[in-house]
Design a protein around this ligand. Structure first.
Ligand code: SAM
Length: 358
């Protein structure tokens, strides 16, 4: 059924589809459970929004790439866009929640709490996941938030689990830790990158960024909790800094952390897939990036390549692009293809720090 639509991933990834066996199972076996007002969560490429377009749908996703894929796939298949929510409904008006299982347990708990606020008394949650991704921790959370759990029969290594009869409960929380080298405390909202510990690559990278000077406009591409921008504010108190992340939870964490750091810098926070939301004439004399190599449960180099291409478009002629990456990731050749000068600056056993110029 899904294969009869034209559905694309963002970024495109040869060999990977814009849906999985759990979506197919829902549509084949459990479609009659999808009734009333439906809330679609974590539908990464809008595949369910397209196939269920004749139903009463609203849609929520933390990811800017997912928003772009939703628009693209609805337009290609000429179906109407669902109502796109930027916040969860505050009243109990949702009869069915269809959600893909998120990776982070704390984010899952947070989403179950939001669902409890908006689900009607007789409503149900249909939780979609691949068997290998449903951990003991996910199952324990389901049992703490719902009294009835029907795991259904697995097919093609996928499950649709039905949850009914919510138990009022709340255990998700923002995480907190200090980064000594920045003498700063950080807060992460559920689902933000480096939720429980600072990223070791970022910790190595900070030492290179703290010594940058004489820059006026910096871009933190994939800012996460804003750790690299905090380092930049310590390098220059006057530079303007633009922080971009495709995750709203990350961006909100970065806002909280930069606000807490009480900087004098001019700051902008943008929810976007790379620099898609920036004008082509916006240039920066310093761009920093600790690129992701995962998208949900999948490994990918495609996002890093897009961020490198975006950095190339928005760098001034004398500007500097700094990148940190795990040593095993083969980024040197891609950087070399795009930038005139690429130098490896670190001798760290686990992380490469690259310096690039046009
Ligand atoms: N800069 C932070 C640090 O050093 O700890 C976070 C780095 S983390 C490895 C990568 C970040 O990029 C994540 O916060 C992720 O949400 C974000 N990201 C992933 N894909 C993105 C995209 N296409 N555009 C913008 N940000 C993206």
């Amino acid at each position: 059924m899904l294969s009869s639509y034209r559905l694309e991933r963002i970024p495109q990834e040869p060999g990977l589809q814009a849906w999985n066996a759990a979506d197919e199972l829902l549509l084949k076996r459990d479609i009659e459970l999808c009734t009333g007002q439906i809330l679609l969560l974590n539908d990464s490429f809008g595949a369910l929004a397209v196939t269920l377009a004749d139903k009463e749908l609203c849609w929520w996703n933390d990811s800017a790439m997912a928003h772009d894929a939703l628009k693209l796939n609805c337009a290609t298949n000429q179906v109407r866009l669902p109502i796109v929510n930027h916040q969860f409904p505050e009243q109990a008006e949702i009869d069915t929640v269809i959600m893909h299982l998120p990776k982070s347990l704390n984010f899952f708990a947070w989403q179950l709490e939001q669902i409890q606020q908006c689900l009607t008394n007789t409503g149900s949650v249909l939780l979609l996941g691949m068997v290998k991704h449903i951990s003991k921790g996910h199952i324990e959370l389901m049992t703490r938030y719902f009294s009835n759990i029907n795991p259904g029969r697995a097919e093609k290594k996928a499950r649709v689990i039905q949850l009914t009869d919510p138990i009022p409960h709340s255990e998700s929380k923002a995480s907190h830790y200090a980064i000594e080298s920045l003498n700063t405390d950080f807060t992460q909202l559920p689902g933000c990158f480096a939720e429980n510990n600072a990223d070791p690559g970022a910790l190595v990278f900070i030492d290179y960024l703290k010594t940058r000077a004489n820059f006026n406009a910096a871009l933190d591409l994939g800012c996460g909790n804003g750790v690299l921008s905090v380092a930049l504010t310590q390098a220059s108190q006057t530079a303007a800094i633009t922080l971009i992340d495709e995750s709203q939870q990350a961006l909100n964490s970065a806002k909280a952390n930069l606000c807490h750091a009480k900087t004098t810098n001019r700051l902008r926070f943008i929810h976007s897939d790379g620099t898609n939301a920036l004008g082509s004439d916006e240039l920066f004399d310093l761009i920093v990036c600790n690129p992701p190599f995962h998208q949900g449960f999948s490994l990918t180099e495609k996002i890093a390549h897009k961020l490198f291409s975006d950095a190339h478009k928005h760098l001034t002629s004398q500007g500097e692009f700094w990148v940190v990456a795990n040593r095993h990731l083969p980024y040197y050749s891609d950087l070399k293809k795009r930038f005139g000068r690429v130098a490896l600056k670190s001798k760290h056993p686990k992380f490469n720090v690259y310096f690039c110029q046009l």
